[in-house]
Ligand binder design. Structure first.
Ligand code: IPD
Ligand code: CA
Ligand code: CA
Length: 261
């Protein structure tokens, strides 16, 4: 495990250096699925660096990465990475973005790192060994009173059909409770900020495995709870993500699924 962990942390730090180097500078920006769904050349520089490092040490491992897709190998190990999570922030010089790298072994997430180089905050977790922020153990908040919770969410680029689970309707149900709700623009950081107690809960519809793989383990290892919107055991390929300190999970599930009002 040590070598896997070292490579994971090295790759996250090296990618972070690239992101920081270009932050607030000049770089090419392209569109993906829509005019505001962006990819910069820095996403690609960061991705190339991480893949180069993983390939150097573990050439036989599978890699799933946002911009290149799946580099499939016959391996029990799957690296799932987002070279910049929070690209829209990055492109607008907003320092809330990060690199996110998770490692699965036989389908189970065993290591995760999320690094925001602008704040120099490195979140890390190893299955069964807790979660840390810059080496210091972290844990989710202890807040049990839902009406005092501070929440965070995000919105998809593609909207689902009209139902009580439509993201705007769900958002409305939460906002009508009079709760403070933030939208950071980086799902990986949203999860980590739940893990370290800054937020008490996070929900989002339609995330991808690279957004959540590392943050999922970091929340779990920090003592939090993460499920889909049915409250079922989460896996990183789920399209519904609810992560909380555990204490307000049921209230959040209730509001997400409430059909009237
Ligand atoms: C996005 C961020 C954002 C979330 C979007 C993601 P990207 O990732 O995580 O918070 O709301 O759904 O696509 O595009 O910046 O890597
Ligand atoms: Ca992302
Ligand atoms: Ca990305």
């Amino acid at each position: 495990m040590t070598e896997l962990k070292e490579v994971l942390l090295f790759a996250a730090k090296e990618a972070g250096k690239i992101i920081k180097h270009y932050f607030n500078g000049t770089f090419k920006i392209d569109n993906k699925t829509s005019i505001n769904d962006l990819v910069t050349e820095v996403d690609k520089f960061s991705e190339n660096k991480i893949i180069e490092i993983i390939r150097q040490y573990f050439p036989e491992h599978t890699i799933i990465s946002e911009e290149v897709g799946e580099l499939i190998q016959v391996s029990d190990y799957q690296w799932i990475l987002d070279p910049i999570d929070g690209t829209v922030n990055f492109a607008h010089n907003i320092p809330i973005c990060c690199v996110s790298i998770g490692l699965l072994y036989k389908g189970e997430i065993i290591l995760g790192a999320v690094y925001n180089p602008m704040m120099d905050e490195l979140f890390f977790a190893e299955k069964g060994n807790g979660a840390t922020l810059n080496g210091v153990p972290i844990s989710v908040s202890k807040k049990s009173e839902f009406k005092k919770a501070c929440l965070v969410t995000g919105f998809p680029y593609k909207w689902p059909g009209d139902s009580h689970l439509h993201p705007i309707k769900v958002f409305e149900r939460f906002i009508m409770q009079g709760l403070p709700i933030r939208r950071l623009g980086s799902a990986a950081l949203d999860l980590c900020w739940v893990a370290c107690g800054r937020f008490d809960g996070f929900w989002e519809y339609n995330l991808n495995s690279w957004d959540v793989a590392a943050g999922y383990l970091i929340v779990q290892e920090a003592g939090g709870r993460i499920t889909n919107f049915d409250g079922e055991l989460y896996n990183v390929f789920d399209k519904e993500t609810l992560a909380t300190n555990g204490l307000i999970h049921e209230e959040m599930l209730f509001l997400i699924n409430k059909e009237n009002g």
